[in-house]
Design a protein around this ligand. Sequence first.
Ligand SMILES: Nc1nc2c(ncn2[C@@H]2O[C@H](COP(=O)(O)OP(=O)(O)OP(=O)(O)O)[C@@H](O)[C@H]2O)c(=O)[nH]1
Ligand SMILES: [Mg+2]
Ligand SMILES: [Zn+2]
Length: 381
Amino acid sequence: MNSTVSNTLVNQVHCPSCAHIFRPEVICFIAEHDKLQGDRIAGPLEGLRFRSSRFNIDGNAVDMEGRVCTRVACPSCHIEIPRALLENPTCFISIVGAPGSGKSCLLGAASWSLRKLAGQYGCSWVDVEPRLNALLHGYESGLFGAGGAMRTPLKTEVAGGDWYHQIKVGTKLEMLPKPMYFRVARTGGVSSIIVMYDNAGEHFLPVAENAEPPHTRHLGQAQALLFVFDPTMSHASDKAQRQELILIEAVSRIRRLAGVSQSAKLPIPIIIVLSKADLWAQEIRSYITQPPIAPGTIVDLDRQKIEEVSTLSHAYMSEKFPEFVQSVAAFSDRVQWVPCCAMKSSGKASTGQVENQPRANWSEVPFLLAFDQIARSQRRK
Ligand SMILES: Nc1nc2c(ncn2[C@@H]2O[C@H](COP(=O)(O)OP(=O)(O)OP(=O)(O)O)[C@@H](O)[C@H]2O)c(=O)[nH]1
Ligand SMILES: [Mg+2]
Ligand SMILES: [Zn+2]
């Protein structure tokens, strides 16, 4: 890259898709000219990835056919990444939970809420490159779009182009999740890029050691873990047991991928997101109708209120799901319990059918808490 931009570059970039770590100078550009379509790793429909030695005055690469190229890709997996990753600190947030626990709805509701409320929390929240967040935009407009019936996100599939990039590694095809990117900044302060993923719950089910699907490789670079626990999954069903197993499996993968001992406490904060609060949290619901806002240094979060709600939720969980609570305590000393909902379901007496209405309460809180904690730890370094 040319010298006009190099003074603002970060020291190293973590690829959000394949976890490769590289210096920004070795970034690949994506060719724009029609004659340069097709890439041996990214696929035949993608522009060629290349290292450039020709730049225009704005610091953009020029491809072999003379077209200006602004899009960049990881030098290892060739998946496109936002250029902002070269210039801003990154916060990786991994969202884990059983199939159907509410991860995709949570993402849609959180993103929708943050677009409206970020200013009140003393920060800004914008798409880094809207094109790369298309999946999430679909969740948001389905849940909160004006007019028409509310559409909940489709079940996140275990494979397929909407949710995953497909690349060619040697002779093998590999699926990697499509990250979602937001720029968050304290009003008037330095910005960070939040990277999040929406996996299918099935990817977190226990597998034989060293057989982890590549889809969840992001767990190795997670700086905060959001575990979505659905208290409405019947205690007696298989799924209830899975929630516990999924947590144990996720922690074990994080430890393996991050190279920490299997008996060590997790070195990152865990936030247990208690989803579907409209259905179960009668005693707690009144606490989460208003966003928890109070002056803070990084984000204006009302920590006292959040702590109060976390204590109430922990008490609820200790009574109803003691095994789960014990597992969590064994993994971390830094756990927060955050109830939230993405919608309100109610039975319609006349038809007996369930009716859903958009209702995002506290869905943004787990993400702001995670960002706040990551930003604090980055400041301490
Ligand atoms: N009442 C209520 N129902 C919810 C809420 N969030 C999710 N649901 C319901 O739970 C279903 C599953 O939610 P998803 O967000 O798709 O679950 P997921 O964790 O992404 O599931 P996978 O994609 O299979 O891993 C939705 O279709 C909704 O019917 C909520 O806040 N309240
Ligand atoms: Mg999903
Ligand atoms: Zn990569």
